[in-house]
Design a protein around this ligand. Structure first.
Ligand code: ATP
Length: 249
């Protein structure tokens, strides 16, 4: 296994956000973790990338104990975290954002990575001199992913890439995620958009209030009556999404 999360618990003071969570990502697959607001999805990715401390349990990656390493060393091992809400540098151009993603890498490598990003996202090439803050939500999501690709990730952690995007753009972003995986990057994605995430994932897990309650091949979960009822109901999903967006507005 490339990544092994083993009985991991994380707490924010008295709030236990993750309770003995276990999952694994092999060298080639897309693994999805699905859950509603507050289920602990972001916390799980932050625990892996070293942004929050692990209270108990272990996270192993390529034979290294990630839960004992600081975030900058985890990033150096090729674990790239694309945070929720995109977080691009609004007052820098598209190209400057990408260059920052490749900061410290040799010039030729930066150019090669940038060419690859522009191939995946031709719209970013067209807009490379435009300020990132003037891009649409979908384009900003592409830029956030593109910036992550500048470091030649060996494992990509993606936090809700569909958030706030129109359906057509969601399709486009997910198609690119699949493409990136086909080119050899294993991906752990956390999503509220269960339908989309299950359509591209190999394995999936359902996270509810910090606990994994169901795991299996994505195809089986998509057919599971409990998953269909709780996560694939179009109306319920839309309600959760709207509630989240209005909270963040
Ligand atoms: P969302 O989709 O809303 O981002 P999520 O599934 O990613 O939700 P987390 O953000 O991981 O969930 O939050 C899990 C729990 O931990 C929630 O109860 C949340 O309120 C709590 N929490 C998250 N960050 C903090 C923090 N910095 N301090 C205290 N509690 C926190």
């Amino acid at each position: 296994m490339l990544l092994q999360v083993d009985n991991v618990s994380v707490a924010y003071g008295a709030v236990e956000a993750l309770k003995r969570v276990s999952l694994a990502v092999s060298g080639a697959e897309i693994v999805a973790v699905l859950g509603a607001n507050g289920a602990g999805k972001t916390t799980l990715l932050k625990a892996i990338s070293g942004l929050v401390p692990v209270k108990s349990g272990a996270i192993r990656y390529n034979g290294r104990e990630l839960h004992k390493l600081p975030a900058h060393l985890i990033a150096r091992l090729g674990v790239v975290h694309i945070p929720e809400g995109r977080r691009v540098f609004a007052t820098l151009t598209v190209e400057e954002n990408l260059n920052l993603g490749g900061y410290g890498c040799p010039k030729e490598e930066v150019q090669r990575a940038k060419d690859r990003v522009f191939q995946l996202f031709p719209v970013l090439r067209e807009r490379r001199r435009q300020l990132a803050g003037t891009l649409s939500g979908g384009e900003q999501q592409m830029l956030a992913i593109g910036r992550g690709l500048m470091r030649s990730p060996k494992l990509m952690l993606l936090d809700e890439p569909s958030l706030g995007l129109a359906p057509l753009l969601v399709d486009q972003v997910f198609a690119t995620i699949e493409q990136i995986n086909k080119e050899g990057v294993p991906i752990l994605i956390v999503e509220q958009n269960a339908r989309k995430a299950l359509s591209i994932a190999n394995q999936a897990h359902i996270l509810e209030v910090g606990r994994i309650v169901l795991s299996g091949p994505a195809r089986e979960l998509a057919a599971d009556a409990r998953v269909r009822e709780a996560y694939l109901g179009g109306a319920a999903y839309e309600r959760r999404l709207r509630a989240k967006e209005s909270r963040e507005a």
